[in-house]
Design a protein around this ligand. Structure first.
Ligand code: FAD
Length: 325
């Protein structure tokens, strides 16, 4: 039976993040011939709705307001509910990002909906869809089927196939005028101060070069940064490296850090503790560099290099320079 599926666009710095197209692709599949809607919330974001019809979106809702410049659960809920009332979705998708992790339960409580969090795949078709999500820190997967009622699904970035252009739907854009007052603005983010790093967003990066306690000190990240710059990669870290003060916690990957799914993850001087694997084991290709041949990271690695990272990483950089020249 065809359904109506509503996607909350993942917007950062007035741009749609890649996961938005991944969610539109998933929504089209879930809708099974039904309608796909997208809600775009933010400030100065009207233009983001242009052309979404070509990706299969039937209706885009835009709420453009200074109060939505940064995520605010009450204001988001008010704006999103306007779209929900108009569209009447049976499923809602949002990214499993900092926003989606908070806002999913907000909307589930508001709508009395069931929630499936952090999905990495969808199996089956039609009414027999199963959402695949990791459990036990990525050691196993569970498949969840929703029998009835509205469903809210949060989608892990970089896992589902993005919608492709060329669908050719006209797509309607509806601008919703929403006014915010107290208590909608009881909590407000005034400013976001971003930490300086390589500039590539870790959760969207296709390649990540990550360092652990094996880098020895903050300067030990330099060869990793050089390799990352060459590959257009983001730099990540284990909690061991963050705890030791070698890098900022914003780089931490793992159970209590960021969850990433790049095409290529290069782990340098990282032992492979279960809490680290929870954040990166679904990477498509994992390369581990560690001088201990017994390090657990080698159990999840596709390619393992037993050696000193201070010799191996510069060698890789120089080889890549030759290849990319
Ligand atoms: P180590 O375990 O000390 O490993 C360093 C590795 O570097 C070793 O394998 C060593 O052989 C290798 N090495 C040393 N020198 C070199 C060299 N010159 N060349 C090559 N290899 C070298 N950890 C996370 O990463 N992310 C999390 O989100 C996270 N959350 C946690 C949550 C909880 C509740 C707890 C209890 C722990 C959590 N941890 C997390 C910590 C985790 O258990 C590990 O302590 C941590 O991942 C270890 O970091 P590491 O691999 O860098 O350090």
């Amino acid at each position: 039976m065809s359904k109506k599926v509503l996607v909350l666009a993942d917007v950062r710095r007035q741009k749609l993040r890649n996961v938005t197209l991944e969610m539109i692709g998933a929504a089209t599949r879930i809708a099974d011939g039904g309608e796909v809607g997208v809600v775009i919330l933010g400030k100065d974001i009207k233009a983001l709705a242009d052309g979404l019809g070509n990706y299969g979106v039937d209706v885009s809702y835009v709420v453009d307001s200074a109060e939505l410049e940064h995520y605010n659960p009450s204001a988001y809920r008010k704006a999103f509910m306007e779209a929900v009332r108009d569209f009447e979705p049976s499923a809602i998708l949002m990214a499993h990002s900092a926003v989606g992790r908070d806002f999913g339960p907000v909307m589930a409580a508001r709508l009395g909906a069931g929630q499936v969090s952090d999905i990495v795949d969808i199996e089956g078709e039609g009414d027999d869809l199963r959402f695949v999500r990791p459990i036990y820190a990525g050691k196993a997967f569970t498949k969840v089927r929703i029998k009835q009622g509205t469903t809210i699904v949060t989608v892990r970035p970089n896992n589902l196939t993005p919608a492709e252009a060329g669908v050719g739907k006209a797509g309607t854009v509806k601008e919703l005028a929403v006014s915010f007052e107290q208590p909608d603005l009881a909590t407000m983010v005034r400013e976001i101060v971003e930490k300086a790093n390589t500039g590539v967003d870790l959760t969207e990066a296709k390649v990540i070069v990550s360092g652990g306690r094996g880098v020895k000190d903050a300067s030990g990240f330099e060869p990793l940064k050089e390799l990352a710059d060459l590959l257009g990669a983001a730099v990540g870290a284990s909690r061991g490296a963050c705890d030791a003060g070698y890098c900022d916690y914003s780089l931490q990957i793992g159970q209590t850090g960021k969850v990433v799914t790049p095409d290529l993850y290069i782990a340098c001087g990282i032992s492979g503790a279960i809490q680290h694997l929870a954040g990166m084991s679904s990477s498509k290709v994992i390369v581990a560099i560690n001088k201990d041949p017994e390090a657990p990271i080698f159990q999840v690695a596709d390619y393992g290099i037993v050696g000193d990272l201070f010799e191996v990483v510069p060698m890789l950089t120089s080889e890549f320079k030759n290849v990319l020249a």
